[in-house]
Design a protein around this ligand. Structure first.
Ligand SMILES: Cc1cc2nc3c(=O)[nH]c(=O)nc-3n(C[C@H](O)[C@H](O)[C@H](O)COP(=O)(O)OP(=O)(O)OC[C@H]3O[C@@H](n4cnc5c(N)ncnc54)[C@H](O)[C@@H]3O)c2cc1C
Length: 309
């Protein structure tokens, strides 16, 4: 156990965590950011065209390193370590990792969406950013005049397919079984669009290609068929890291942390920000917004505690 008591430990060095680090660092709090190496949604984004003020389609990695650099003037400490558990039994909160354990007055959880933790399909990792995507809102604009395919179930797949109708030439929607949670009005719009084909009882088996995705091997009604497609958008369910946070706050049906609009969890001094939170829109803009609010709340919490002594 390290002896230093931090004002705030931020778990996660993506846009939510880095926005928090910037605000908390500028407020002269002692800040530690824990980063699990080579993990995070922003690192996987091959082009970002919709973060205001940053033109020229940089990669997610480039934006993330600019964000990190900006915090370094404010004495933010970074440690590569994977968060494992909390201990809230003593005066200070303890954050346990696969390396050291750290004492802190407050915590901001910003560990993002855990899609990258889940089991991968053959070809999924290889073609990520080369036709494999988890977000049509992010990558739809790159599918102009292409054939694209979406796989999954639930309302997200229908909403994302509708977005793609603005760009793609042909859209195949492969639904795992029946789309019980799909919004009927959206499904009706999709069914009446001649670009769209919907296949029920379908399962993606393999993603194939050369440099980019070219073919998808799909089991449909028990038969194995290969479909030509330049994009595979996957909505196959996630095992969220939020499962680690059951003691901190209620989790929503998908396992994301439920906070209020101030990013408060159920534990005083513990906040959650970014994709790990239960919310409607998961983008870089919304992650930095959450991180800002969480940091301002953490600053208030730490200062209030100091005055109470
Ligand atoms: C392929 C792809 C393309 C995208 N394109 C766009 C786009 O064009 N525009 C857009 O606005 N958004 C895009 N997004 C979404 C955007 O990247 C996310 O909404 C955003 O990065 C969320 O930020 P975050 O800080 O919450 O999480 P992340 O960016 O996922 O960062 C999470 C951080 O937590 C750390 N972490 C995770 N687990 C642990 C642990 N146990 N211990 C310690 N640290 C941990 C990771 O190392 C990482 O630093 C895209 C996402 C993907 C996957």
């Amino acid at each position: 156990m390290k002896n230093k008591i931090y004002d705030v430990v931020i778990i996660g060095g993506g846009p939510a965590g880095l926005a928090s680090a910037l605000y908390a660092g500028r407020a002269r709090l002692s800040v530690l950011v824990l980063e699990k190496p080579e993990v995070g949604s922003l690192l996987m984004a091959h082009k970002i065209e919709n973060y205001p003020g940053i033109a020229g389609s940089p990669t997610g990695k480039e934006i993330q390193s600019l964000m990190k650099k900006q915090t370094l003037d404010f004495d933010v400490t970074y440690v590569n370590a994977t968060f494992l558990a909390f201990d809230f039994s003593g005066e200070h909160k303890i954050v346990k990792t696969d390396g050291d354990n750290f004492k802190t007055k407050s915590v901001i959880i910003a560990t993002g969406w855990a899609k990258n933790e889940s089991k991968k399909l053959p070809g999924e990792k290889e073609y990520l950013g080369k036709g494999v995507s988890y977000c049509a809102t992010c990558d739809g604009a790159f599918t102009r005049n292409m054939t694209v395919s979406l796989f999954g179930s639930g309302e997200e797949i229908a909403e994302e397919a509708l977005f793609l109708t603005k760009y793609s030439k042909e859209i195949n929607i492969f639904i795992v079984d029946e789309c019980h949670h799909c919004d009927e009005s959206i499904m009706n719009v999709l069914k009446s669009n001649e670009k769209v084909k919907i296949f029920y009882s379908s399962k993606l088996l393999e993603i194939k290609g050369d440099e980019y995705v070219e073919e998808l091997v799909v089991s449909h009604n028990g038969e194995i068929t290969t479909f030509k497609s330049q994009f595979a958008f996957l909505y196959l369910g996630t095992k969220s890291l939020a499962e680690l946070y059951g003691e901190v706050a209620p989790l929503d049906a998908q396992g994301y942390i439920v906070t209020n609009e101030y990013m408060h969890t159920s534990i005083e001094g513990v906040f959650a920000a970014g994709d790990v939170r239960s919310k409607v829109v998961r983008q870089v803009t919304t992650a930095t917004s959450d991180g800002t609010i969480a940091a301002l709340e953490a600053i208030k919490y730490v200062l209030k505690k100091a005055h109470q002594k």
